[in-house]
Structures are given as structure tokens and as C-alpha cells.
Design a protein around this ligand. Structure first.
Ligand SMILES: *[C@@H]1O[C@H](CO)[C@@H](O)[C@H](O)[C@H]1NC(C)=O
Length: 336
């Protein structure tokens, strides 16, 4: 009994006081390690699926997630039953950066990252992006056995995020993991030589079949350090807002920023326009008490967001934060 009370008290101490009454961020909302959160609302319940522990051998890897009905008080779930198994394309591994969208007929599609199969004799670890489907938001998801994106020669692919456009067309955005094949320095790409493009991939109505080749909509430049990653896209009026993280996740420069297209979802084949200071970065070390805030996902309502920030100054425990943002489509800026 004493232990139960202690545990309850410990959880309660992480629940902040009062509902979010104005546009702001709030957290950590749980003490747990919940990196790279996604966000979807189903009925009255918000779900934030996150990167899991691993590898877990032949067991289905865990996908921890948090739920909330008021976007203020969150409940942790270990996520052992979320994914029935990895797609055949993957090596046994953890799952990173899962993201869920719902098709018009109610079916849920989960996009996820796991370890891909590199060339024979190559000891480097590559990651690729796959999909899985379920009738229930919390799973169990059944995987598609082919990868959605697995550009091994470019370093692999990570951080998928689904998006349903206003005309119903389904897309997934992801990062080509170029810094995985870089050499030296910050996040293995200190000289910034290897591209880490954010790709926009159109999908068929099933949300799991590719429709044509992907389009590059962002890449890193000198302000981003070695990479851009963790894309999440939303549309408001005629503006597409692409949130992303830049710099290395394990250091103090990791941050959250955004870029905008007012010329359609592909921006006519050009990269989205990055927001500039003082409007960006949106979140960085020193914003409030945040350290290395990243992995932001915006809900399809264009208001609610989740992201992680380090507990302390290492990436060992990346805790879940929530917030609301304002997308200003007259100036094409985001404020919190
Ligand atoms: C929903 O639609 C998708 C795409 O057409 C299809 O694959 C899936 O079987 C459908 N699910 C149900 C429950 O009808």
C-alpha cells in the first residue's frame, strides 16, 4: 500500500496545475522516457505514440504511448501490444518515431522506423520506414511486409509522419538519414557534407501504397548544423507548415523550427521557406527551462502539439511536453 501511494504521489507531482488556458507549452507531463512523440485524437482521447526501448529480439517491440482526455493529465502505457511484429523488411530492433493517421473509413495506419537490412558485409546500422494497419488506434497493428522507404545508399530513412491533405490525398513525410553515412563531428556529419533531405511521399488511398516518387521539401543549411529531421506537416488556409528539428539530438543545440509553403504541398518542387529569427527556432535550449526540445508533432487541428525535451542535459530521458500553437497565415509564422 505504501508503495502504491508513493507511486501515485510521484505521478501526481508531474501533473501540472490547471488546464491550458492560453497558448503555451506545458510539461513534462510524465516522468517517463517518451522521445519523438506523435499525436492523434480519437473520440475524446489524445494518443501520443513514442520511440520505444529495444532491441527486444524476436518479441514484438514495445511502442510506449501516453493518453489524455483533457490534454493536461496524461497516462503512461508501456505499449507492448501495439505492433504485432516488425515488417519482414526489418531486422529485429526497437521501433523509433511511430506516427498514426486515420483513413476516412476508420482504419488506422501506423508509420514507423526500425532497423533495415544493409548490404551484406556492411556492419553499419541502417534504419528504414515501414507501415502497419489496425482497426483500433492502440493496435495491435499488422505490418506491411515491404518497407515504404529504405534508401540505404543515402543512409536510410527515419522519422515518418502521416498527413491527410484538405483534398483527402494521403502523404507521409520522412527524413533521409544522410548523417548515418557521414564522417566525423556533430552527429556524424559535422562538416555538413551529406544531405539529410525531408521527403514528401504521396500515397494511394490505402495509406500504404506509394503513388509516384517522393519530392524533397527541405534540407539542412549552415544554421541547422549536421541535419534536419523529425518532420510534421499541417495545412491552414493555403499555407503548409512543416515543423522540423535541427542540430544533433544529443546536444544542447537540438531545437524545433518550421518552414512554410504557400505554393501547394510540394511548393512547386522547391524547398519550403524556413522561418527566420526572431520567429525561429520556435523552441530551443533556454526556452523556459527546456533543454534540447525536438521531435515536435502537430495534430491535424493545427493547434495541439507534442514534443520532447531532455530531463537534465543528456538524451537518456526525453520527456513528453504538450502545448498549443497559433499558425498565423497572414505572416506565415508560428507562435506559442
Ligand atoms: C479501409 O480502406 C482501406 C483503403 O482502401 C482498406 O485497405 C481497408 O481494408 C478498409 N478498412 C475497412 C475496415 O473497410
Amino acid at each position: 500500500m505504501f508503495r502504491l501511494l508513493t507511486a501515485a504521489a510521484a505521478v501526481a507531482s508531474f501533473v501540472s496545475a490547471g488546464p491550458i488556458s492560453k497558448r503555451e507549452w506545458n510539461g513534462p507531463v510524465l516522468p517517463d522516457n517518451l522521445p519523438d512523440p506523435s499525436l492523434i485524437q480519437v473520440g475524446d482521447t489524445w494518443y501520443a505514440f513514442t520511440t520505444g526501448p529495444g532491441p527486444l529480439g524476436n518479441l514484438a517491440p514495445a511502442i510506449p504511448y501516453a493518453t489524455s482526455t483533457d490534454f493536461n493529465t496524461w497516462t503512461f502505457n508501456g505499449g507492448n501490444q501495439v505492433l504485432s511484429r516488425l515488417g519482414n523488411w526489418a531486422n529485429p530492433s526497437a521501433v523509433w518515431a511511430p506516427d498514426v493517421l486515420q483513413l476516412p473509413n476508420g482504419t488506422f495506419v501506423m508509420y514507423y522506423t526500425a532497423e533495415g537490412k544493409g548490404p551484406a558485409g556492411d556492419s553499419r546500422v541502417y534504419h528504414c520506414v515501414g507501415a502497419a494497419t489496425s482497426d483500433n488506434v492502440a493496435g495491435p497493428y499488422e505490418p506491411v511486409d515491404n518497407a515504404l522507404a529504405c534508401p540505404i545508399s543515402q543512409g536510410g530513412a527515419i522519422d515518418p509522419s502521416g498527413f491527410v491533405d484538405s483534398d483527402g490525398t494521403i502523404y507521409v513525410v520522412y527524413k533521409v538519414d544522410g548523417n548515418n553515412i557521414g564522417s566525423g563531428g556533430n552527429c556524424n556529419n559535422g562538416n555538413g557534407k551529406v544531405p539529410t533531405p525531408i521527403m514528401l511521399q504521396k500515397l494511394m488511398a490505402d495509406g500504404i501504397t506509394l503513388d509516384g516518387p517522393p519530392t524533397t521539401i527541405l534540407d539542412h543549411d549552415s544554421a541547422d548544423g549536421p541535419l534536419v529531421e523529425a518532420p510534421s506537416i499541417v495545412k491552414k488556409d493555403n499555407s503548409y507548415f512543416l515543423f522540423f528539428s535541427s542540430n544533433c539530438y544529443s546536444g544542447p543545440d537540438y531545437d524545433t523550427s518550421y518552414a512554410v509553403s504557400t505554393n501547394g504541398i510540394t511548393n512547386g518542387g522547391k524547398q519550403y521557406a524556413k522561418a527566420q529569427a526572431p520567429n525561429a527556432p520556435l523552441l530551443k535550449t533556454g526556452t523556459g527551462s527546456l533543454y534540447a526540445p525536438g521531435g515536435l508533432t502537430i495534430a491535424k487541428d493545427g493547434v495541439h502539439v507534442v514534443f520532447h525535451a531532455d530531463k537534465g542535459t543528456t538524451a537518456d530521458t526525453r520527456q513528453l511536453y504538450v502545448g498549443t500553437v497559433n499558425l498565423d497565415t497572414t505572416k506565415n509564422i508560428v507562435t506559442i
